[in-house]
Structure formats: C-alpha cells, structure tokens
Design a binder for this molecule. Structure first.
Ligand code: SF4
Ligand SMILES: [Zn+2]
Length: 359
C-alpha cells in the first residue's frame, strides 16, 4: 500500500507554508506510544438527535490517525498527537478497542445507549484507517442500537461504505468536520483542503443510501477577528441547514491544543479563543433554521478554551448546554454580565491587524 506523502496533498493546493509549520510543530511532540488495543477515549453523554434527546456512547477509536495531519494538517488540530505512532491498527486491535468501550458502557450506564458515535481523529470511512472488515464488524456489533454517527472527511463518504450501517437497520449519520461553509476561511485559516462543494457531494452520497449528515463547524480559527468569526458562523450554520440531508450542525469554538499553529500563536499573544458571548450570539441568531444546532465548548472558562471574564463563564456555558437540549433561544436572555460591554467593544473594534484586542 502506498504511503501518503505531504507532497500528494499539497500539490496544487498552495498549502505548503501552513503544512511546513505544522510539521515542525508536530515534530516537537516526541514519541509517546499509545496502546492499539485501547480506545483514545470513551464516555457516556446525552445528545439531541432527530429522535429527541437520548443517551449516547461516544468512542474515539485509536487508529493510525489522520492522513492529512501527517502531511501537516489543520492549524488547530492536536489529535494527531494522540494516535498510534507510525500508522495503522489491525482489525483485531480495533475490535478489542470496541470491546473495552462496551465494558465501559456496561459499568457506567444502566442501559445500552440508543446512540453510538464513533470518531477516529481522522476518517472512520477511510479504509486505510479502518479496514472494510472492521467497519462491517463494528456495524454488526451495534446493529441493535437505534442510531450511529461515524466521522469522516468528505473524500471517503461512499455509498457502499455508509450502507454497511444502513443495511443492518441503523439510522446512520456521517459527521463531517466542515469547519466553515466559507472556502477561503477553510483553506487559509484552518488549512483544510476540501471545498464546500465536496461537503455537498458527500451529503448527497450519504442521502442516496438513506443516511444523514452532521456538520461540525469551528468558531474562530486563527487570523479572524471576533466579529468575522461570528459572521462566518452565522452564514455557515445557515448554508449547512440548507443542504439536503444535513439535519444537525455542531458549532464548536476553537480551543488551544498542544503542538498546533493555534498554540504557537496563543503562546506569542497572537490568538485568543472566542468569547462564550459569541457562541451564544450565533446560536440565538440562527435559532430559526430548520436544523438542530448545538455547541459543546471544550475547556470553557479557561485561558486556552472559549471564555468570557471568569465570573460568568459557567452561567453562559450552562445556557448553551440548555439550548442544545431545548433549542430555545430565550435561555440566553436570562444571563447577563458586566463583561458584555467589553465583548461589545471587541466585536466592534477588533480587526485582523490588532488581535487579540482583549484577554
Ligand atoms: S481536524 Fe481532522 S482533518 Fe484536520 S488534521 Fe485534525 S483529524 Fe485531520
Ligand atoms: Zn462576564
């Protein structure tokens, strides 16, 4: 099997400079090894789905990692630092990971989760990460659940791969890390190589076998001012909601992960994660779209995560979690804080040549 090389991905895409920086940063991570028999993470949660709010089992499978990340990859993504060194994980090892996830679920939850979500820090539908046999065995394992979500870049969303899940009777969704509907922001700020048209094509492919799409958006990649980040997300939520088959949008603020360009900028005072007020603003503004819109701010209230002033972060986070379940924008009118004035000033005055304007 041919090895992916950075050149393959960079060719004609004008991404050499970003990838060069990302490769240098990733090289700093050292050589911590991860056990191919254990998942990267597993947890039980609740999710808002087209069938209502249900218990979910979320699995981050430990695969060989994302091919694009090995070429350099996205400016904010530190997941590659967690995957198995050097490459691929066999079918048996992947099934051992699934077994330990099932044990975790049996210990932590009273009942089996109707919803199972599988991420790989890459693409579950990339057969160089998860072989067809493992994909089919995983589909069989969860055939008695109601719904499954598998993560993939648009390139690998092919009808026959998706139908492995549909055919065992699962409501199936493909989660795509679109990040933004604006091609220029996706290319220049995120360093992600595909276009919105590729996302639309992947949605059509999934829909052709009766599967849906869940779009993941990223609020405030580097090089955008707060107001630009807000506008980019409002437009992106609306454009995603208009795509046939896209029934859910998960709009998530950037957090600062190690060994990334965002980390490098943050360390030098050139990047601030978005305000939680900005997340609330987008959710409130787009509440009228015909689509479930949720957000799960990771590391809220901390310097490296989305944050406000320190006093109100927990309150705003709680309102966001409440919105996720009920989709009722009035939850945001119940939270206020002095720091909204600072946020207002930042939104009005921060530009790409003076950011960040406030801590
Ligand atoms: S965000 Fe996704 S595509 Fe980008 S480097 Fe990370 S895992 Fe790969
Ligand atoms: Zn505040």
């Amino acid at each position: 099997m041919s090895q992916p090389s950075p050149e393959v991905y960079e060719e004609g895409r004008g991404m050499d400079a970003h990838n060069q920086v990302m490769r240098e940063l990733r090289a700093e991570k050292g050589s911590k090894q991860y056990d191919p028999e254990e998942p990267t993470r597993v947890w039980i949660d609740e999710d808002n789905t087209p069938d209502g709010v249900v218990q979910s089992l979320t699995i981050i499978l430990n695969t060989g990692g994302c091919r694009w990340a090995r070429a350099g990859g996205c400016t904010m993504c530190g997941y590659v630092a967690e995957s198995v060194e050097g490459g691929s994980v066999g079918v048996d090892a992947l099934m051992s990971q699934i077994d330990s996830c099932l044990e975790h679920e049996a210990e932590e939850a009273d009942e089996e989760s109707p919803l199972v979500k599988i991420y790989t820090s890459g693409s579950f539908l990339d057969e160089r990460e998860v072989e067809a046999e493992a994909r089919r065995r995983i589909a069989e394992t969860f055939a008695d659940r109601k719904r499954i979500v598998v993560e993939s870049l648009p390139d690998f969303v092919q009808a026959d791969r998706v139908s492995d899940f549909v055919d065992v009777g699962l409501e199936t969704d493909v989660a795509v890390g679109l990040e933004t509907a604006t091609d220029r922001v996706r290319h220049d700020c995120v360093n992600k190589y595909f276009d919105f048209a590729d996302f639309e094509a992947a949605a059509a492919e999934a829909e052709s076998v009766g599967a849906g799409i869940k779009a993941y958006l990223l609020m405030k990649p580097p090089f955008l001012a707060e107001s630009e980040a807000i506008e980019d997300m409002k437009a992106s939520v609306r454009r995603c909601a208009d795509v046939d088959g896209c029934h859910t949008v998960s709009m998530n603020p950037t957090n600062v992960q190690r060994y990334t360009m965002v980390d490098d900028l943050h360390f030098r005072g050139g990047y601030r994660p978005p305000w939680l007020w900005s997340v609330a603003e987008v959710l409130e503004d787009t509440a009228d779209v015909d689509c479930i819109v949720v957000s799960d701010p990771v590391g809220h209230g901390s310097d490296r995560g989305p944050h406000n002033c320190g006093e109100c972060d927990d309150k705003v986070q709680l309102a966001i979690k409440d919105f996720d379940k009920r989709q009722d924008p009035s939850v945001f009118s119940e939270v206020t804080c002095e720091c909204e004035h600072t946020w207002d000033a930042v939104v009005e005055r921060e530009t790409t040549y003076n950011l960040p304007l406030a801590e």
